[in-house]
Ligand binder design. Structure first.
Ligand code: SF4
Ligand code: SF4
Length: 983
């Protein structure tokens, strides 16, 4: 088959799928372990095998999930040693956990191609987003590294990497950018199994199989070697590495003959007489390609190198690829090597040129500078590419620069022009703001596929999630064009903006991205006539300024009336197709119906019918809004945090919440990753569409609603009756407290309306029903009600008043009962866990009972994301400032991490008692206090609190004492009061 006989399908898929399909087709044994963002590759391979899909040799690959990445690599090592074609998928720390086995696999010249969705390695913080820090950390293993920058390339290089590995015997990592290419959807040409068969050399496969260990031809591998021979044996692999670049190029050439796309180890693109060149690898190369197109058209002598083969690095091939006219080169690394002479790719390029100069193959050494970009998926735009190239025009180009951030500490950053854009009018761009789990992202993925299938457009979909688990913001970025799309960066100007959640209006500036004359679609509980008066003034002004076409649809009511609950996805999708005109309405509806059948078919015909009905009804419910030409609203957009929030929250947290985190300078960031606790209280996400409303008459004061609440957003207090006498807001509800110890006191159940996620778990759990004429109704003592603006304001005022009430006297209840525990303030509140989460009520309860003395070693997973994800964190402090202190090490070492904390607590406690004993030995005064501290039993909360008071007294005394003993004890005296370590 050749490019003249195009029988390949165009498919609209993401990078993970593109790589995994090929990996599945080219292997026999696949060992997997999930790690974001590579997990879908393993899942897809597993699914394909479960469906009976065979590889190119007609057998179904065996897919096995291991206990960890180290295990997956170990299993692959074993499979390769025994002669199977084997692979795995991973990212970040997962790849680092594979490193020991990677050394072994490479040392034994076992061919394989791992597929990696490259991701940041956790340092001052974990990040699930993309850069090359994992790749570069593994570069010394002996694996080859082959890079993809687009979805098509992820598909193609998966084949090229595997074929080259089989022929060279150098194992490869094929990588593409995590949470860019891995999750970006594009229309690509799908390779057929025939293509793969033509590119893969079966002789190399047979040779690998025959090298596999077998008792029929016994050998011994994995020896222990001594100083006499290890070094020489290590050098014995050199010929294979020397040959590998040439073999990769041969495979690329063969691929080009079969498929039609020609790649090189280093692909040069740009002006043939370029004087300034940028070198980079991964998805950033697509953005650079787009920028070079634009700048060359403007007559600039610029170009770029796309690095395909990072290891084995062929300096000769690099230098040969760059035009002789080049005077300055900027090398961009998507990683940071603190303390290094420069980042890896920069050093490679310097070495290549230095060697070429020495060898006389290059006459003049260009000026070469290096810079860092795009860490943790930081945006890399054409404006930034241009800034990098502009830097090369300077008389002394800045070296070791950063691009994409504002570094006001060590002044590394280059400035760029945020208004510079290369995007033409020939690309349709649309942005959709949705609420996590409302189906917006899923619907947009469908839309992309529908457009990809139904038109000859190229299309691209990219989805930005905030890191809360659910009830959070998602922004879908969709592009369609007749020409291939290389824009691997977010949309900043769109012709269509949709807001799927009305509560976003006063929190996010969505319209700044809308083009003049563009379309704004709003999911609104208000009709076309009413909506204008319910919008913030700033939004009104933006619509007027942009002369936008403005449409509303009440998707929530429609979804509810049809039985879809909060799933508004199909409704908003139908609305998009109707008003955007991307496809004729009839064709769009037809394709939506098919997509619904594909998506919901497994859930039964009634679910399919419901969704199709929703789409049809949506078409009739869209209303165009005629709006006045002046912004007159009294409402304004809310500040991201209240004015009383602490300084750090105002200056840093609020900016992240407002979506302006990219603009924060380096100086705003704690250098060691230490952040204040208790910041969720300032965020006020307001994601609940409904909230519980308390009906005191039916309440039996069991406190179960609070006990089960995953977000600590429904609470109760018993307080003196004076607080319910006129000083409270008019709508503040109260009732007589039940119980002997609370005689004459008042009891209130209060909801935090802007923090409640509306999960309804409290209402489901409430055992008390309203009775009418002695008969139970279906109303309870709490019932969900729509969160109107009026209810929000009213309950926000009540919540503030409630927080100001004194805490319930702990002497009046038993904290170790369901009811009593909920009288204690939670020290874990308003987490971003999934709405209705079953874990968080337990965490909350633990903090209520023991949080004042907790040190937490949290494993990585859901609990580390809802527990420690910026911008705001839920572990809180009680009034005296005590509360859980929290840290996360890695996915796999929480037990050891916690044990280290425990060892420290035990050691420093022992040391504190030793110092105390020394103090007692020499003491003339305060002996009772010192002995009281030494002898305290701390068996219950009261005893711990009493000890804390004594320790405070001791510390006050120590501060007056200038002896060495006092100075030592002062730093560890707090260990004299009990601590507890949680893992
Ligand atoms: Fe808590 Fe859910 Fe009830 Fe809101 S609806 S108060 S989040 S349990
Ligand atoms: Fe009252 Fe129901 Fe809450 Fe019990 S669960 S305290 S009855 S509202």
């Amino acid at each position: 088959m050749s490019k003249e006989t195009p029988t390949r399908n165009m498919v609209t898929i993401d990078g993970n799928t593109a790589a995994a399909q090929v990996a599945h087709a080219l292997n026999e044994v696949i060992a997997i372990y999930p790690i974001t963002p590579s997990s879908p590759m393993g899942e897809l391979a597993d699914e394909l095998s479960a469906q009976g899909v065979t590889n190119i040799w007609g057998t179904i690959p065996d897919v096995t999930e291991m206990q960890a990445e180290g295990g997956a690599a170990g299993a692959i090592h074993g499979a390769l040693t025994a002669g199977a074609l084997a692979t795995t998928f991973t990212a970040s720390q997962g790849l680092l956990l594979m490193i020991p086995n990677m050394y072994k696999i490479a040392g034994e010249l076992s061919p394989t191609c791992f597929h990696v969705a490259a991701r940041s390695v956790a340092a001052q913080a974990l990040s699930i987003f993309g850069d090359h820090s994992d790749i570069t950390a593994a570069r010394a293993t002996g694996f080859g590294f082959i890079a993809s920058g687009s979805i098509q390339e992820a598909h193609d290089m998966a084949l090229i990497g595997t074929a080259a590995s089989l022929e060279s015997r150098v194992p490869f990592v094929h990588f593409f950018d995590g949470f860019r290419s891995s999750h970006e959807i594009q229309k690509i040409e799908e390779l057929t199994q025939d293509d793969m068969r033509e590119v893969i050399d079966d002789e190399a496969v047979f040779a690998h199989r025959l090298r596999g260990m077998s008792p029929d031809r016994p050998v011994l591998r994995g020896t222990a070697q001594n100083p006499d021979v290890f070094f020489q044996a290590r050098e014995a692999v050199n010929p294979f590495y020397n040959a590998a670049p040439g073999i990769v190029q041969e495979v690329m050439d063969r691929f080009a003959k079969v498929v039609g796309r020609q790649y090189h180890l280093f692909d040069y693109y740009g002006a043939p007489d370029a004087e300034r060149v940028v070198v980079l690898m991964g998805s950033g190369a697509e953005t650079a390609h787009e920028t070079i197109d634009y700048l060359v058209e403007q007559g600039e002598k610029v170009g770029m190198i796309k690095v395909r083969l990072f290891r084995p690095f062929s300096g000769e091939a690099l230098v040969n690829a760059i035009p002789d006219s080049v005077k300055t080169i900027a090398v961009l690394d998507r990683t940071k090597e603190p303390g290094g002479a420069g980042e890896p790719l920069y050093q490679d390029v310097i070495t290549a040129y230095t060697e070429a100069i020495s060898a006389g193959t290059v006459k003049q050494m260009p000026a070469i500078v290096g810079g860092r970009y795009g860490l943790s998926s930081k945006e890399f735009t054409p404006a930034m590419t241009k800034a990098v190239l502009d830097n090369l025009s300077a008389s002394a180009p800045k070296n070791h620069f950063t691009i994409g951030i504002y570094d006001d500490v060590t002044e590394t950053s280059l400035e760029w022009d945020p208004d510079f854009s290369t995007e033409g009018d020939d690309v349709h761009r649309a942005m959709f703001w949705g609420l996590g789990a409302d189906g917006t992202v899923g619907a947009n993925k469908n839309s992309i596929k529908i457009i990809g299938k139904g038109t000859d457009n190229f299309c691209q979909g990219f989805f930005v999630y905030d890191s809360k688990k659910s009830g959070a913001r998602t922004i879908s970025h969709l592009r369609f064009s007749k020409k291939p799309i290389r824009s691997t960066y977010l949309i900043s100007k769109a012709g269509f903006v949709a807001c799927h959640n009305f509560s976003f209006l006063d929190r996010y500036d969505m319209l700044s991205a809308l083009n003049k004359g563009g379309i704004f679609l709003l999911n609104s509980p208000y009709s076309a006539e009413e909506v204008w008066d319910h919008m913030p003034q700033e939004v009104q002004q933006a619509l007027v300024d942009k002369q936008a076409e403005f449409y509303v649809i009440d998707a929530n009511s429609l979804a509810k009336s049809i039985g879809l609950g909060g799933r508004i996805n199909i409704i908003m999708q139908a609305a998009f197709f109707k008003i955007s005109g991307v496809l004729p309405e009839e064709q769009a509806m037809d394709m939506i119906s098919h997509a619904v059948e594909d998506t919901y078919g497994r859930k039964g015909q009634s679910v399919v019918d419901m969704n199709i009905k929703a789409a049809e009804m949506a078409l009739d419910r869209i209303e165009k809004v005629s709006y006045p030409q002046t912004a007159s609203s009294d409402l304004t957009m809310r500040p991201p945090v209240p004015e009383h929030a602490p300084e750090f929250v105002q200056n840093v947290t609020a900016e992240i919440i407002a979506g302006r985190g990219d603009l924060l300078p380096v100086s705003a960031m704690p250098a060691d990753g230490t952040y204040p606790t208790g910041t969720t209280q300032y965020e006020k996400r307001g994601v609940g569409i409904e909230i519980p409303v308390w009906e005191p008459d039916a309440c039996i004061q069991c406190n179960q609603c609070s006990f089960v609440c995953p977000h600590a957003t429904i609470r109760m207090k018993v307080y003196d009756a004076q607080y319910a006498n006129g000083s409270s807001p008019a709508t503040f509800k109260t009732m007589e407290a039940k119980g002997r110890d609370w005689k004459g006191m008042k009891y209130t159940v209060q909801v935090a309306p802007e923090d409640c996620t509306g999960c309804g778990v409290c209402v489901d759990t409430c055992p008390a029903f309203v009775k009418v004429d002695g008969k139970k109704t279906d109303r309870k003592a709490i019932n969900m009600a729509p969160l109107t603006e009026e209810l929000r304001q009213q309950e926000a005022e009540n919540w503030d008043y409630f927080l100001g009430l004194p805490e319930t006297d702990t002497a009046t209840f038993n904290r170790f009962t369901v009811k009593g525990s909920q009288m204690l303030p939670p020290l874990f509140e308003f987490s971003g866990a999934c709405s209705g989460c079953g874990e968080t009520p337990v965490v909350k309860l633990m903090t209520q009972l023991y949080g004042d003395r907790a040190i937490i070693a949290n494993a990585t997973g859901c609990s580390s994301i809802y527990g420690g994800n910026l911008p705001t964190t839920p572990y809180a402090q009680r009034a005296d400032g005590r509360g859980p202190t929290w840290s996360n090490s890695l996915f796999e070492d929480a037990a050891e991490f916690g044990m280290g904390m425990r060892l420290t607590v035990d050691k420093l406690t022992q040391f504190a008692y030793e110092l105390l004993d020394d103090l007692i030995d020499g003491a003339d005064n305060h002996v009772d206090l010192l002995e009281g501290i030494r002898d305290a039993d701390m068996v219950d909360q009261d005893a711990i609190e009493a000890q804390r008071e004594r320790v405070a007294e001791l510390k006050a005394l120590l501060e007056q004492d200038d002896s060495d003993l006092a100075a030592q004890l002062l730093t560890v005296a707090d260990y004299l009061a009990k601590k507890s370590v949680w893992i």
